[in-house]
Design a protein around this ligand. Structure first.
Ligand code: BGC
Length: 915
């Protein structure tokens, strides 16, 4: 007989009913049945949970990792019933994707009753050249469970000793200008199922297989201090191995390694400087399970070609008459080429380039001004970092000069005077921001430089013989790190919208593998500009990888005594003696801390802990009067009032000591925590003793930076905060304009809006007369400038990120989206919008690691409609003020008179506020 399965409870009720004689028991059973039926019919069906955005090392399915402990992260998709709380997760790691999908992980399994969506691999050791799969499944507190969702990553070479190839170069001197070409053919013996090219260069490279460039990236590998670290890139080159022989071509550029142009930073004297070189392992996996590696060696052939000069700083010269047709395809006759030279490695460390690549976005030009049949001026309509591409037709030997500038003079000619000031050319052969192309003749020719980029809006094309050009013949490529946009601001004020756009344009123009100050005059990794704008970056772009790599550069550059140079990377001399006080090089503290705040990821904080301690101890060794220092540059390019350097540098010393103390606490280093918390307190007291007048609530002379910096950075005693803020408001109201420099732009708007003066902050932010961000916009700016005064005689770059701290203020000061320090990564956060006068509506969106955070408001007659979105598995407290407030149609009780603090879980909420 078939054994009856156990009946579920409801299924057994009719059986019990039929057997029951007792009327009370009968009634009870009936009641149970009815309520159970109601429950079944009334409980809404729960929607399934989906996991999205699975990342390894914050990258999507990356190739060529070399970390032993990669980080995994995921997000919960926002459905119609967003997950309020992830109760637990299961993680499986294996080389077999099917096993992972079935919940098996031979390398690692982790089951944790945790709401974290970021964890670090801690399983069996990872092997080089291996593809791994990981699957994650979560359970929500309402019992719903996701499927096991699978992602992957692949390791590259795990150690420098894993390389089979050797570094090679050609036999030329580093002063020789033409770029070296290299080639080699490879005939795989069997059917290839997978192929990877692992390549590093000192300088820059372009890799071709069978005549095709293997990627659409620019300027690889990303700049590092070449004598300390070289980055290798992994390319999936499987598609090139479809049949027969494969020809490999490598073209090397100078980059920052062999800087031939001369400017004030003396990069041409860099200790590492040399002829460019590279190292490559091309590994193939055969169908029969065997593998083969083709490494670089002296059997590679090399020759010079049409790239007759290239400088990352100035431009590129190309003589098409010297082209080597077919040089990177199979069967090319290289009998006249020389053998490559095996050479020493530039550094002892080769690590994986695990960050967003540098890519280019094509942009059409807006207008053309034909001055003659030998001179054309093009206007892109906006300022960018990048290059131009030209389609040209003309007689053989015609020389084309393509000059790039940010501005025109009064006659409409290109004017480079604002960006050429630090250039020290030795001769006229290397004109600034000017590509030189020599035509080969005989048809349409395409030119775009490979190993250089510029900052520009205007392009002049001048030719030695008449040529015919139209607007369609020229295209720009906006070149920058390919960081995904994750933030959006839109308001009823067009100037504010344009300031936000211009800030993004300057941010991206200054993120070409590392943060720079400007894309034309310098291209230097100025530290101060970068930490002032770390939130500018992180509210708007998914840029963690770029900064983590830059922190590696910081470690590579730090001296034994803790000192860092003011520009990073530097060549080993410049910047250690100038510009590198705590107001600039606090990058070492502020950037890891903000990465932790925005991503909830403490990797950089952990790695920078030792270096930061050294750095703070060094400032302490220089400090005096119980915690002051005057090591620094001060409030750079101020409008008018000059805040004492000692004041701002001591504040950054305090910021560093505070971050160090909090980091020590986070990692359980109690002794350090006590030491540095006490140090921070002492610095604060020293600043207040010397600068604060408790009677008046003024610091120093009461300048805007002097009052806003201590408010913003938490120096002001609580009891005096409002007094100081009111003094600041009074000072600002004298002119209703900003009077700050670089350091003050970080603090002025927040110090006002956090202390009851949001409307006044908005007046400054939206101001359209000098000095203001809006003044630039009114004068046609599409990027941020270096100087408030457009007609100043120095510091006049038109694409500086320096004054970009207004952008995060839109998110924080108007949208009120604020991370919670105790629950980083926006696991928990605050929404404290300011409904500023002068705006009728405002929208801020920010894709946090947990999902979309939105904060939007609109005036509706007498009322204000505020709506917000809290992503899955996170919480927020909404802080609002008003006479009466309703949430999703329901009237709310104030926490205190007129003030509401409303804790929220994942979901969308709408508030109606009567002010
Ligand atoms: C740069 C600035 C930088 C400053 C520091 C300038 O030349 O362009 O952005 O922070 O120097 O001195």
């Amino acid at each position: 007989m078939k054994k009856a399965g156990k009946l579920p409870f409801y299924g057994s009720v009719p059986v019990i009913l039929a057997q029951t004689k007792n009327p009370t028991m009968l009634r009870l059973l009936l009641l149970t049945l009815i309520s159970a039926t109601i429950l079944i019919h009334c409980t809404p069906k729960k929607s399934p949970i989906a996991l999205t955005d699975l990342r390894t090392e914050h990258l999507v399915e990356p190739l060529g990792l070399d970390t032993e402990h990669p980080r995994f992260s995921w997000r919960i998709a926002t459905g119609d019933q967003p997950v309020k709380h992830q109760q637990e997760f299961h993680m499986y790691v294996d080389v077999d994707s099917v096993a992972v999908a079935q919940g098996k992980g031979d390398l690692w399994e982790k089951h944790s009753a945790s709401d974290s969506m970021l964890l670090t691999y801690d399983g069996k050791p990872l092997q080089a050249h291996t593809k791994y799969y990981w699957g994650v499944q979560i359970t929500a507190d309402d019992g719903r469970q996701s499927d096991i969702t699978v992602s992957s990553f692949e390791t590259g070479l795990m150690a420098t000793s894993d390389w089979k190839g050797t570094w090679i170069t050609d036999v030329e001197d580093m002063d020789l200008k033409p770029a070296p070409y290299f080639r080699k053919e490879f005939a795989p013996e069997k059917k290839v199922v997978k192929a990877r090219a692992y390549i590093t260069a000192a300088g820059l490279y372009e890799l071709y297989l069978n005549g095709q460039k293997v990627d659409d990236h620019w300027l690889n590998p990303i700049y590092t201090r070449f004598d300390r670290r070289n980055l290798y890139v992994t390319h999936d080159v499987t598609p090139f191995f479809q049949e027969g022989e494969v020809a490999i071509g490598v073209l090397l550029g100078n980059g920052w390694y062999n800087h031939q142009s001369t400017a004030v930073w003396n990069f041409h004297e860099a200790g590492w400087r040399n002829r460019p070189r590279f190292l490559m392992d091309l590994k193939v996996w055969y169908a029969d399970g065997t593998t083969e590696v083709l490494g670089t060696d002296d059997t590679w052939k090399t020759a010079l070609g049409p790239v007759v000069f290239n400088s990352i700083y100035t431009a590129e010269h190309y003589d098409a008459r010297l082209e080597l047709p077919g040089w990177n395809t199979a069967g090319f006759d290289d009998s006249q080429w020389k053998n490559a030279l095996v050479t020493k490695a530039p550094s002892e460390q080769i690590t994986a380039q695990s960050l967003p690549a540098i890519t280019g976005k094509k942009l059409p030009f807006a207008s053309m001004d034909k001055r003659s049949d030998q001179r054309y001026i093009f206007d892109l309509g906006r300022n960018i970092s990048g290059v131009t591409e030209l389609a040209l037709k003309g007689e053989k030997g015609t020389e084309i000069r393509v000059t790039h500038a940010e501005q025109l003079d009064s006659l409409g000619n290109l004017d480079l005077s604002n960006i050429i000031v630090h250039y020290r050319p030795k001769d006229s052969l290397d004109p600034f921001q000017t590509d030189i192309y020599t035509l080969k003749g005989g048809g349409e020719e395409m030119f775009r430089p490979r190993f250089n980029y510029k900052g520009f809006q205007y392009v002049e094309v001048e030719s030695s013989k008449p040529i015919d050009l139209s607007l369609e013949d020229i295209t720009a490529h906006f070149i920058h790190s390919d960081v995904k946009p994750i933030g959006k601001i839109h308001t009823s004020n067009e100037t504010i919208n344009k300031i936000w756009e211009a800030t993004n344009a300057s941010y991206l123009s200054n993120l070409v593998g590392y943060p720079t100050d400007c894309p034309q005059r310098e291209k230097n990794g100025w530290t101060g500009d970068a930490h002032i704008n770390i939130e500018t970056g992180l509210y708007n772009f998914d840029a963690l990888g770029v900064y983590e790599k830059w922190m590696d550069d910081h470690r590579d550059e730090q001296q034994e005594n803790g000192v860092l140079p003011s520009i990073i990377p530097t060549w080993g001399g410049w910047g250690y003696d100038w510009g590198n006080g705590p107001d600039w090089t606090s990058t070492i503290a502020i950037i890891p801390w903000e990465l932790y705040q925005f991503y909830g990821d403490d990797r950089a904080l952990y790695e920078m802990y030792g270096p930061l301690k050294k750095y703070v101890d060094h400032i302490t060794s220089l400090s005096y009067e119980g915690g002051l220092t005057d090591w620094g540059l001060g409030d750079w390019v101020p409008v008018k009032s000059v805040t004492p350097k000692e004041f701002t540098s001591s504040i950054y010393y305090y910021v560093d000591a505070t971050i160090l103390a909090k980091t020590a606490q986070h990692f359980g280093k109690e002794e350090d925590y006590k030491t540095y918390a006490t140090l921070a307190e002492n610095i604060k007291n020293a600043i207040n003793t010397k600068y604060l007048n408790p009677e008046t609530g003024l610091y120093g002379s009461g300048f805007q930076t002097e009052l806003s910096a201590p408010l913003y950075w938490g120096i002001v005693p609580d009891s005096l905060k409002q007094k100081v803020a009111d003094q600041l408001a009074k000072e600002v109201k004298k002119t209703n304009h900003i009077d700050v420099g670089l350091l003050g732009t970080k603090t002025i708007l927040g110090a006002l809006s956090q202390n009851g003066h949001a409307d006044l902050a908005f007046v400054l932010a939206s101001q359209e007369t000098y000095p203001s961000w809006g003044w630039w916009i009114k004068n046609g700016a599409t990027t941020l400038y270096e100087n408030w005064d457009i007609d100043a005689s120095s510091d006049l770059s038109r694409n500086h990120i320096m004054f970009g701290a207004i952008s995060p203020w839109f998110y924080k000061g108007i949208g009120g989206i604020l991370p919670n320090e105790d629950s980083p990564g926006f696991k928990d956060f605050t929404l404290k919008p300011n409904f500023v006068e002068g705006l009728t509506n405002f929208e801020a969106e920010f894709q946090s690691r947990y999902g979309l955070i939105a904060s939007q408001w609109e005036r509706k007659g007498e009322q204000l409609a505020y709506s917000c979105t809290i992503p899955p598995n996170s919480t927020a407290t909404v802080v609002l003020h008003g006479k009466h407030i309703s949430m999703n149609g329901e009237s709310m009780e104030p926490t205190q008179e007129g003030a509401y603090e409303i804790p929220l879980t994942a979901g969308d909420y709408t508030f109606l506020i009567t002010e």
